[in-house]
Design a protein around this ligand. Structure first.
Ligand code: SF4
Ligand code: SF4
Ligand code: SF4
Length: 388
């Protein structure tokens, strides 16, 4: 059964929305139906005059639980290289999407990958949509929006089983990378086709992802931009807002503050800002605004980084504000602890009538109070904050 998902992830609003459980479900009974997490749809079969709910999960190896990043503590790794980077090809730009696009286009050109699974903005539906880009041109045009939620991994089955991709790159948020790390660590033989097909995982830095309703309600509703004038939406280079690009070449900005109520609830308990389960992570913190920070976590990530440099699609430099990265990571740990308090409060309520459970809940609170969030001494960092 997906019982652990229901009890330990969905009921606690802890789902990150990564969607890997939906992709690997052997009976295809996990669906997105407008909630903050997938849900189990139980098929009903008519037998004679009776209708029976089919038990889909009893004879399954619980692939969904095997890959869910919220059911296991994914061990974060330290980056092997911390670099500043700019895309240097036809489009010279330092935005994270441009750097990621350059690395992947170079990888495709060199035959290191045969496709990229990512999400891009669909201007007709006004929402992000999952995509598999196969050619260098498609990759250059398709690495789009990463901060508005889309079920990107829904296309994993098509990519692996329909389009027979064997060397895929996946671009997503740190929780997507955590889910794929669990997949890579799994020894479940039925998950092998997915493991074998994913060659590279690229993550963006992430403090939270927003529900797609944001576009309809805030951009169309409150900013008053007609739907047919919106060409695309991207995060601003200072990450303080969304830039809405219009078909007539103009642009409008939606302040990020206005978007906060649309954050997925599961982001509140997230502890990974820097995509430490990915092969490569890119974001615009710690480097000047005309460039991005590139974290290379694995040998595979480094092959792609060096390949892009060799082809001349990115240039890198070494001056990165490491303290700013460390501090941002610490902020997220604090958020995770706040969420853990919420969960423990629920445990405590549940334990009121049971002395044994109460003892365990008290111990958990004590452990949480003792957990140092960031044991390093904090030195003030001048990065956007003026220190006033
Ligand atoms: S237990 Fe198996 S069939 Fe049930 S939701 Fe999970 S993967 Fe799907
Ligand atoms: S975190 Fe991902 S794998 Fe876990 S329940 Fe949510 S969508 Fe499924
Ligand atoms: S904040 Fe965490 S859970 Fe939310 S999208 Fe980013 S990585 Fe995923």
């Amino acid at each position: 059964m997906s019982k652990r998902l229901e009890a330990e992830v969905w009921a606690l609003d802890n789902c990150s929305g990564c969607g890997l459980c939906v992709a690997v479900c052997s009976k295809q009974v996990l669906k997105w139906n407008g909630k903050n997490h997938p849900s189990l749809e139980k098929p009903v079969k008519t037998i004679g005059y009776t209708r029976q709910v089919l038990d889909t999960c009893s004879f399954c190896n619980q692939f969904c639980e095997e890959v869910c990043p919220r059911l296991d503590n994914v061990v974060p790794s330290d980056p092997e290289f911390i670099l500043g980077a700019k895309a240097n090809g036809p489009t010279k730009s330092g935005t994270p999407n441009a750097v990621i696009t350059a690395i992947l286009a170079a990888g495709r050109y060199a035959g290191l990958i045969d496709g990229v699974l990512t999400s891009d903005f669909d201007p007709w539906m006004l929402r992000p949509a999952a995509n598999v880009a196969s050619t260098v041109e498609e990759i250059a045009n398709n690495i789009g929006l990463q901060y508005i939620w889309a079920p990107t991994l829904d296309k994993l089955n098509d990519a692996v089983f329909v389009w027979k991709k064997r060397d895929l790159a996946v671009v997503g948020t740190p929780c997507t990378a955590q889910a794929i790390q669990r997949l890579r660590n799994s020894t479940e033989s039925r998950l092998k086709p997915y493991r074998d097909a994913i060659r590279l995982v690229v993550s963006v830095f992430c403090t939270g992802i927003y529900k797609p309703e944001l576009i309809e309600q805030e951009v169309v509703g409150k900013l008053g931009i007609p739907r047919n004038e919106i060409r695309g939406i991207e995060i601003s280079s200072d990450q303080d807002g969304f830039v809405v690009r219009l078909w007539d070449g103009g642009e409008r900005v939606l302040p990020r503050q206005q978007a906060e109520t649309y954050t997925l609830p599961g982001c509140g308990s997230c502890d990974d800002f820097l995509g430490s389960s990915a092969d490569i992570a890119v974001g615009n913190l710690g480097t000047p605004h005309d460039s991005s920070t590139l974290l290379v976590y694995t040998a595979m990530g480094d092959i792609f980084r060096r390949n892009a440099q060799r082809i001349g699609l990115i240039e890198t430099f070494e001056e990165v504000d490491r303290q700013a990265l460390k501090q941002a990571q610490g902020e997220k740990s604090r958020r995770e602890r706040a969420q853990a308090f919420k969960v423990n409060r629920l445990l405590m309520l549940d334990a009121l009538a049971d002395p044994l459970k109460r003892g365990e809940a008290i111990q958990q609170f004590a452990r949480l109070y003792r957990t140092p969030v960031n044991s390093e001494p904090q030195t003030p960092v001048r990065n956007k904050c003026s220190g006033c």
